[in-house]
Structures are given as C-alpha cells and as structure tokens.
Write a protein that binds this ligand. Structure first.
Ligand SMILES: Cc1cc2nc3c(=O)[nH]c(=O)nc-3n(C[C@H](O)[C@H](O)[C@H](O)COP(=O)(O)OP(=O)(O)OC[C@H]3O[C@@H](n4cnc5c(N)ncnc54)[C@H](O)[C@@H]3O)c2cc1C
Length: 343
C-alpha cells in the first residue's frame, strides 16, 4: 500500500521501541501520562518491542515507578533544576538529544498545552512528521507504520494520517482518547537516569510568575459538568452555570448550539462529534435539546439531569431526571438552595 513512500529497511531497523512523553503537574503525574503509557504498551506489544516512558522535570524520579506499574518497561528520567517548569527550548533540546541517541520508532505526546507546543517543533527539528490530535492509534504491523486518526471539519469527518517515510513516527494524542491500564504494582521495569545539564543561558524564556487559575476541574475529567445550550439565550446567562458549577465543584460545558451563537469558546463544547466527550458522575444539561451529536459526548455520564422548557425535547429520553421549566427560574433557585445548605 505504501510502496515508494516506505523508509529504507536499514533505517527502520535502527529505530526501535515506543515512547510515551509523560507530563508532570505540581509534582504529580498528569493523567495523560498514564494514557500515553497505556497506548505505548499496546503499540509496543503489537510491534514486539519495548514500551518506554520519558520523565522530565526537577526531582521527578520518584514518579517513575508509577509509569512502570502502568505499562512502561523502561523510564528515562531527565532531571535538572532548570526543567522544573516547562520551557520550550530546554525540553526541545534535551528530548531531541535523547531521541537522536536512543532512536525510538514511535514517540507519543499528549495533545496538551505542552505536547502541542513541543511535538511540532521537535518534528521539525528532527525532520520527521507528526500525526496530530489523534483519537485512535493503530499500527500497520507488516510495514511498522503508525496510523493516527483524528476528527476534522468540526467532527464531521475522520482523517487517518501516517508518516511512512521518516523516523521516529510522532503523534499527539487527545486527552481521554485512550483508556489507561490500571496500576499493577507487581510490574517491574528499568529506571534509566540520563545526565542532562541545562544552562539558563541557553533558554531564552524565563518564568517570572505563575498564576494559578481558580481551581476548576478540566471538562474531560470533571465529576460534575453543568452545560448550557441555545436555551440559555445569551452569553451572560452562562454566569448562572458558572455559579452552579462552583457550588458543585464542577466544570462548565456547552452544546455546539451555544458555541455557534458565540457565547462560549470552543473548549466548552461537549459532544461526540467535534466536542469533548465527558463521563462525569453528574451531567446537568440546561436548555440543550439533546441532538445525537451532543448525546454521543455525554452517554458515559452516570446521571443526567435535564432542564428544558419543551417537554418533547429529545434530551428527556436520555435523562435520569427531567425538569420541564424555564431554566432562568430553576437555576437561581437551585444555586440559592445549595448556598443555603453550605452556610
Ligand atoms: C457534523 C456535526 C457535528 C456536530 N457535533 C456536535 C457536538 O459535538 N456537540 C453538540 O452539542 N452538537 C453538535 N452538533 C450540533 C447538533 O446537531 C445540534 O444542532 C446542537 O447540539 C443543538 O444545540 P442546542 O441543544 O444548544 O440548541 P437547540 O437544538 O436550539 O436547543 C435549545 C433547547 O433549549 C430549550 N430552551 C429554550 N429556552 C429555554 C428556557 N428558557 N429554559 C429551558 N429550556 C429552554 C429548547 O426547548 C431547546 O430544546 C453537530 C452537528 C453537526 C452537523
């Protein structure tokens, strides 16, 4: 199928193993690290090679064991004082050096702020390709080619990309696209400390101050999601959802209807076709009709509450509790009630 596009065999043979680039947040492994390690494990088993994780930061070696429990055979640990906070130039240089030395066959990044910044630059630096924003990863075992599928055209089309000519093959993987392995504490593996020295002078960016956003769970990871649709009537009405989400410790989402109206940015968009798929314990849909594309993104929610003024709205067919009412009356009453319970 790939014919002339294929990399010469001698070059392919030089590259082995599947890598997951772990991310650390506030001294802990970010959930994407487990997902990438699981994906690397699956691909490595299909290709008959090792799954390896790369851990970069300051004093992070204590986290390596968890990556082994989640499927890594080897964890490369790159520690330096200058690596405590992500800075493009430093991470780019040390990862490029490590890849050039160890020659992995596949390198997986999260489609996160860090991964989206680092992976394309690294691909350019290493003169290879990048399969972006993958929701599915497969492999052509005969030709050892990674196939990364992503949604395009607002979720209306799926596109599969490959990089048959260059090594390593690199991909960014969407948060939540891959189910991580549960930790297996009896798994053993190798910890390989790589000596790195990063001089402050080689990094142009300096972090002067870090300002933490008000603590809110990310939409894809929240236990409670309060989402609004076109029925909210205005961008201002989203303030009601913000207040309710704050009371419940949840995240705010939106239908594509609300996004199309320009009331919220795209990262709020919930859905199975373009939006973020969510799986909270509680999903509260306010003024959302319940179109199939929206439902596909919430079908893993454990309990759905729908507030809609139209008793025939399709959302009521999938809701565990339905409230047929004007949301502008229900939401303020609900927020008041929750505040009263707390005080
Ligand atoms: C290729 C493609 C991909 C798509 N992907 C997604 C996706 O990922 N996610 C997604 O959400 N959509 C997606 N859509 C769009 C989807 O088909 C619907 O158009 C969209 O979900 C509708 O948004 P809505 O429910 O907010 O708006 P509407 O369908 O207009 O519903 C508004 C609801 O609010 C109710 N309402 C009005 N006023 C009030 C009030 N005062 N109080 C209470 N209720 C009230 C109404 O009864 C109505 O049910 C996609 C469409 C296409 C073609």
């Amino acid at each position: 199928m790939w014919d002339e596009l294929l990399t010469p065999m001698e070059e392919v043979a030089e590259h082995m193993h599947v890598w997951a680039i772990a991310e650390v947040e506030e001294g802990m492994l970010a959930p994407i690290s487990y997902e990438l390690t699981g994906a690397a494990r699956d691909l490595a088993d299909l290709l008959g090679v090792r799954a390896e994780a790369v851990l970069i930061g300051e004093n992070v070696s204590g986290l390596a064991e968890e990556l082994i429990w989640r499927g890594a055979d080897t964890v490369y640990v790159l520690e330096d004082q200058a690596l405590g906070q992500y800075r493009t130039q430093a991470y780019l240089r040390i990862l490029a050096d490590l890849i050039n030395e160890k020659r992995p066959e596949i390198v997986l990044f999260g489609a996160t702020d860090v991964g989206n910044d680092l992976a394309p630059r690294l691909a350019q630096h290493l003169d290879t390709g990048l399969l972006p924003d993958c929701t599915t990863l497969e492999v052509d075992q005969a030709e050892r080619i990674l196939l990364g599928t992503r949604l395009t055209h607002d979720g209306g089309l799926m596109e599969t990309n490959a990089c048959p000519q260059k090594r390593p093959q690199m991909a960014t993987v969407r948060i939540g696209a891959v189910e991580p392995f549960p930790p297996n504490e009896s798994r053993t593996g190798e910890l390989d400390r790589i000596v790195v020295a990063v001089a402050e002078g080689e990094i142009r960016a300096q972090v002067l101050e870090s300002v933490k956003e008000e603590s809110r769970p990310a939409l894809g990871e929240a236990k409670v999601v309060v989402a609004g649709g076109r029925g909210l009537g205005s961008a201002e009405s989203f303030q009601l959802l913000e207040e309710l989400a704050k009371e419940l410790g949840g995240a705010v989402g939106a239908s594509r209807g609300a996004f199309d109206e320009g009331w919220v940015p795209k990262q709020y968009w919930v859905g199975g076709a373009g939006g973020t798929a969510v799986a909270p314990d509680l999903y509260i849909a306010c003024g959302i009709s319940g179109a199939i594309q929206h439902y596909l993104g919430i079908k893993e929610a454990r309990f759905i509450v729908a507030i809609n003024s139209d008793p025939r709205a399709p959302i009521f067919k999938v809701a565990d509790v339905g409230i047929v009412a004007d949301l502008h009356k229900v939401l303020p009453a609900l927020i008041d009630e929750l505040r009263a319970m707390r005080s």
